[in-house]
Design a protein around this ligand. Structure first.
Ligand SMILES: [Zn+2]
Length: 74
């Protein structure tokens, strides 16, 4: 009567990502602290941190209204 548990949890599997730093938000173009990058207003929500409907956090910046993107020379 042993049932393997490998079939449970359809999602949230192998969510570990290698690397010392990960972007703080999906809309980030670069990891925080990366050379030549800086915080800028999220273009998706225009810095409001909300979706166009204004009922949920912006998926790109996570509701902060800011994302990390390349600045300068670009
Ligand atoms: Zn946003």
């Amino acid at each position: 009567m042993t049932y393997r548990e490998s079939r449970g949890l359809p999602s949230q599997a192998a969510a570990a990502q290698p690397g010392p730093a990960q972007p703080a938000a999906p809309g980030d173009e670069a990891p925080p602290g990366a050379p030549g990058t800086g915080e800028t207003v999220c273009r998706t929500c225009g810095g409001t941190g909300r979706t166009p409907g204004g009922q949920a956090d912006c998926p790109d910046c996570g509701g902060t209204g800011k994302v990390t993107a390349g600045i300068g020379g670009g």
